[in-house]
Ligand binder design. Structure first.
Ligand code: ADP
Length: 537
């Protein structure tokens, strides 16, 4: 409420609209939150699995993204609702720590919330539901460990790595060529991995891309990709045993830093100036050659005159190399960035086994591959594709595959996919629930039901009659005791995911269960929602 005066000085009172400050309390708050979460989950669930659908999202700038990755979809949706944002966070945590399973974790959280809604209607207190979920989650995580299998990454494990990367990529947009992509991902991780310490530094793998060519032209470069070409078309296209001079000074005559003025009023004076300028170039080139360099990367451009002289002196050169790239190359090749020709010397040069210019696919674009760098095992995955959308999605998919392979190198235990692990856990949790005397039993049974959401959704998305199939697989798992039976999304004729080689990492799956349970518990404990946006005090 506030007192104001109109233009004649008469006072009047402005009363703020009361309806603006929103507040929901108690069970209503919990239920409203469940509803909000369900809306998000329902939208996302259709993109789970190898037969999942993609989403097309346009941001306020009109940029279009087509993706199947849960974390990306949620991120781009710009949601206002607080609970929806929690789910975005959930997906992001899974992405940060594991890198895959970002859709699955949200679908699972959604199912847990849905089950919680039913229990709330029965009059069970949210805290008891949360406790039940907690106990059930422990049982499920333990069951996952029991059914997991270990692989030896060093030995025949490479094949398993390949097949795991392959499974991950098969549900993505790039599945047209996922065999090659899987190979690239495995090769990239293995080239930067320290297998004895079971450590992989993913920062050493750079994902880069350029529009043009086909997805199949994507390559793994053991070094750095520089989107530049040699400055003269007749320079050699490859330099072996490169000794690289990194220059931040231009190949041109020095100019005074302050304003200056030269009067040229006769041809003789002009000739003298041109001659004086030209004399600088041979001197510069001599300094570079004397240092022992056989390749020059320069931050600036150079004139035709200098370019010609460089070519004449058999000194391949690249111009307009960006500052960031220059630093990257300096790090990788052990080079110093040199600001003056006079400071060049042998020990300031960078070393690389091979620097070559490559033309890409059908386009005329050329890039430089700087390979076998002295200081780094860094590799670059260079993605090609017809448009930006495709390249971005391919990069996201490759990122998922890289993460999966890294997780396997760190912890070589796997469980089988297609919802088989979830069904096995669901059976274990339901069994355990029978033995619990307290009211937590309800929460545990609800958890067991919620676990079935993953296989059910996979079956739905593959166009099967989901409930019926779910019941059949579950019954078969109980009968045979085989925890590898899951949904045959691609109609290969067997439910056995081991035969189909559909893998997932144990830690990824455990993390999904833990994160989903955590978020659901958090949502269940919120019983007062106050939205003070747009409201005045
Ligand atoms: P996320 O973003 O959660 O990784 P995906 O869309 O990649 O979601 O789908 C992953 C799910 O699809 C997992 O449950 C995995 O087991 C399952 N899946 C992947 N490939 C197959 C397959 N060939 N057959 C059956 N299930 C599969």
């Amino acid at each position: 409420m506030s007192l104001t005066f109109d233009e004649f000085g008469r006072p009047f009172i402005v009363i703020r609209e009361q309806g603006k400050k929103k507040r929901v309390k108690g069970l209503d708050a919990v239920k409203a939150n469940l509803l909000a979460a369900r809306t998000v989950v329902n939208m996302l669930r259709t993109s789970l699995g190898p037969r999942g659908m993609d989403k097309m999202l346009t941001d306020p700038d009109g940029e279009v993204t087509v993706t199947n990755d849960g974390a990306t979809i949620l991120e781009k949706m710009q949601m206002e609702n607080q609970i929806a944002r929690l789910l975005v966070e959930l997906s992001r945590s899974q992405d940060d720590e594991i890198g895959d399973g970002t859709t699955g974790v949200v679908v699972l959280a959604g199912a847990l919330l849905e089950q919680a809604g039913t229990l709330l209607d029965k009059g069970i207190h949210p805290i008891r539901i949360a406790d039940g979920y907690d106990r059930a989650c422990e049982v499920a995580v333990e069951r996952l460990e029991q059914i997991s299998e270990s692989i030896d990454v060093k030995g025949e494990g490479r094949d398993v790595l390949l097949r795991t990367a392959y499974s991950t990529l098969s549900s993505k947009i790039v599945n047209r060529d996922h065999k090659k992509m899987a190979e690239i991902a495995v090769e990239a991780v293995l080239s930067v991995a320290d297998l004895d310490r079971k450590d992989v530094n993913l920062d050493l793998i750079k994902l880069d891309g350029e529009i043009g060519g086909r997805l199949e032209d994507t390559t793994l470069v053991h070094g750095i990709v520089l989107k530049k070409e040699f400055s003269h078309p007749q320079m050699p296209k490859a330099v072996h045993d490169a000794k690289i001079a990194l220059l931040t000074c231009p190949f041109e005559a020095p100019k005074p830093k302050t304003k200056y003025h030269i009067d040229i009023d006769s041809k003789e004076k002009y000739d003298r100036l041109a001659k004086a300028e030209q004399e600088f170039f041979p001197e510069m080139i001599k300094l570079v050659k004397d240092s022992g360099a056989n390749l020059v990367l320069c931050q600036w451009g150079f004139e035709d005159e200098a370019n010609h002289l460089l070519y004449k002196n058999e000194l391949p050169a690249v111009r307009w190399v960006g500052g960031v790239e220059l630093e990257l190359i300096a790090l990788a090749t052990h080079a110093h960035i040199v600001p003056r020709f006079q400071e060049l010397s042998e020990e300031k040069l960078g070393r690389a086994g091979l620097v070559r210019e490559v033309s890409l696919g059908t386009t005329k674009d050329r890039v430089l591959y700087i390979e076998q760098c002295a200081n780094s095992r860094a590799v670059t995955i260079f993605v090609r594709g017809g448009n930006k959308m495709l390249i971005e999605e391919a990069k996201r998919s490759l990122h998922d595959a890289l993460c999966i392979v890294r997780n396997l190198v760190r912890d070589g235990r796997i469980v089988y996919g297609g919802g088989s692990a979830e069904i096995a856990c669901s059976i274990a949790v339901a069994d355990q629930a029978e033995k619990v005397a307290s009211i937590d039993q309800y929460g545990m049974r609800a958890f067991a039901d919620a676990l079935e959401a993953i296989p059910t959704t996979l079956a739905e998305n593959s166009g099967f009659s989901a409930i019926e199939m779910m019941a059949d697989i579950r019954a078969e798992q109980v009968k045979t005791g085989n925890p590898h039976l899951g949904v045959d999304c691609l109609s290969r004729g067997t439910w056995d995911m081991k035969t189909q080689s559909v893998f997932e990492t144990l830690i990824g799956k455990q993390q999904q269960l833990r994160l989903a349970t955590q978020v659901v518990k958090m949502i269940l404990k919120i019983d007062d929602v106050i939205d003070a946006r747009d409201a005045e005090d």
